[in-house]
Design a protein around this ligand. Structure first.
Ligand code: HEC
Length: 492
């Protein structure tokens, strides 16, 4: 009570007499490098802004920081730095990098006061370098067979490298991390696993590969929670898609990959699902030149309770925002991920502080928006061109990717089958764009012709898919709900 009193008094004065000026509070002394700012910058910036940390300059000393003060303020106010494209921070995710408003205010006060040093004798010591791998020695370390030469200048380069993982029994991957001899040019890496069966199947590249996440500058290896692991069948290869960014100096780059496995088969099996499936390959992704807000949506009804442990998004450069929301059966919604300004370079995995429990009947909805206008500075084509699904970074793709577990392991089969039905629905144009066919097909299920599909009328195989459109939660799906849902005009 006592501690609150002064502010209550101040607030009361303002309310009583709005014409009196606010009580003059002495401004707090501007923070200095030695008092507060140095420690803050070390904690929030130095993991990358140090020699070999991946960022283009160090921010370890007052001199480093004072020289960059103005740009630092710009990028922290615009939330470009530290890189953390998600709208939510530590209230939702572990190891969140998002600065708080008061941290931004502190940096602002310091820059506007002329970036003072304070007492040099009290300057904080630069943080000591972590061990080479943040998770300790990897269980297995593999590397590119030979170095790849990145020229001093020119366009960014995206290249695939296939490396045998070299394990001859089935394993479960709990964490992955990378190191390279040229941190300044390795901007980000996407990881895929190709099992011997998948290789033998000779299907297109994208279908053979199971994506297991990505790495971007400054990312630390992070174990999957709950002792979970990505299944790695014996004899699998790891496929890396590496984004190289020329740094002004020619580099022969070797990327090394650290792999950490679970000690034994995880007690709970990872349930991985993507919305839309297969990075949107079958979702009708076709973005007209000049369209500034082309939208890709998908939704999946969770038929049994699950816990979501992490989420990330993948798309290329024309994407402008990505988001996923869970609509619970009780009518409430929970944000899962919101990236209001998509950054191709910072595809981070977001691990929830607490796994998010989604009861049976929850509808998980994803949305990716693409800006294929000339105003999008990341548009690879000027003037803009029609862009379709493809593997090149000048093509597009997109999906929200979830790592989850069944609350009751006995539901794992039901969940897997329901997701498989969703994948098929997408592949047949049932979900996503071009869904008119599906609306017509569904009309055929409406035996009594009343414009409403009851659960009895729905074929068992598609029941969960169809119930994913039950927006008013009455256990039935009207053609109106179906049309709105499929055309992405859902009002939610
Ligand atoms: C995860 C690694 C990482 C962290 C943490 C990080 N940066 Fe950066 N920073 C980078 C990289 C990499 C670049 C180069 C530009 C790019 O690739 O986006 C950069 C660029 C910058 C730039 C130059 C931007 C420009 O447009 O010229 C400034 C200024 C900056 N960072 C300030 C900060 C500050 C201040 C913090 C902490 C509050 C911070 N950074 C935290 C990686 C990081």
């Amino acid at each position: 009570m006592l501690a609150l009193a002064p502010s209550i008094v101040a607030a009361a004065q303002l309310v009583q007499s709005p014409t009196t000026p606010a009580p003059a509070l002495a401004p707090p002394p501007a923070p200095s490098w030695s008092d507060g700012i140095g420690a803050l910058i070390h904690a929030r910036c130095a993991e990358c802004h140090r020699p070999d940390g991946g960022a283009p300059f160090a921010l370890l000393t007052h001199r480093d920081a004072a020289r960059k003060a103005r740009t630092m303020l710009e990028v922290v106010e615009d939330r470009i730095m530290p890189p953390w494209p998600a709208a939510h921070g530590g209230e939702l995710y572990r190891e969140a990098r998002r600065l708080s408003d008061s941290e931004i205010a502190l940096i602002k006060a310091w820059v506007e006061a002329g970036a003072p040093e304070g007492d040099p004798a009290r300057a904080p010591a630069p943080p000591t370098l972590a061990a080479e791998w943040s998770l300790g020695t990897p269980d297995r370390e593999i590397a590119m067979a030979e170095p790849f030469t990145v020229p001093a200048s020119g366009k960014d380069i995206y290249k695939y490298f296939t490396i045998p993982i070299g394990v001859d029994d089935d394993r479960w991957l709990s964490a992955i991390d990378i190191r390279s001899n040229a941190p300044a040019v390795v901007h980000h890496v996407l990881f895929f696993v190709e099992s011997p069966e998948a290789k033998a199947a000779k299907r297109p590249r994208a279908e053979r590969r199971r994506s297991i996440g990505g790495w971007a500058v400054g990312m630390r290896g992070q174990r999957l929670p709950l002792g979970l692991g990505h299944p790695i069948p014996a004899g699998s290869d790891l496929v890396l898609q590496v984004h190289f960014h020329p740094s002004g100096k020619r580099e022969d780059v070797t990327v090394r990959v650290g792999l950490w496995f679970t000690d034994e088969k995880p007690a709970r099996e990872l349930l991985e699902f993507q919305l839309p499936a297969a990075f949107g390959q079958h979702a009708g992704l076709d973005i007209p030149a000049g369209d500034a807000a082309w939208t890709l949506r998908d939704r999946w009804r969770v038929p049994a309770p699950i816990e979501i442990v992490s989420v990330w998004a993948h798309a290329h450069t024309v994407c402008s925002s990505a988001r996923a929301v869970a609509h619970l059966p009780d009518g409430t919604s929970r944000p899962l991920l919101s990236i209001p300004h998509w950054k191709f370079d910072w595809q981070l995995r977001y691990d929830f502080v607490e796994p998010v429990l989604l009861p049976a009947g929850t509808i998980v909805e994803s949305e990716l928006v693409y800006d294929n206008s000339a105003a999008n500075p990341w548009n690879p084509f000027q003037p803009p061109q029609r862009i379709r699904w493809g593997e090149e970074t000048t093509d597009e793709m997109g999906s929200l990717i979830f790592n989850a577990v069944a609350v009751d392991p006995r539901d794992r089969g039901t969940l897997g089958a329901a997701y498989q039905a969703h994948v098929e629905a997408t592949a047949h144009g049932v979900a996503g764009r071009g869904a008119e066919r599906h609306i017509d097909a569904s009309k055929a299920f409406d035996r009594d012709g009343d414009g409403i599909l009851t659960q009895e009328e729905m074929p068992e195989r598609w029941r969960n898919e169809l119930l994913g459109f039950d927006d008013n939660r009455d256990g039935r799906v009207s053609f109106e709900e179906l049309t709105e849902g499929l055309n992405g005009r859902s009002k939610r």
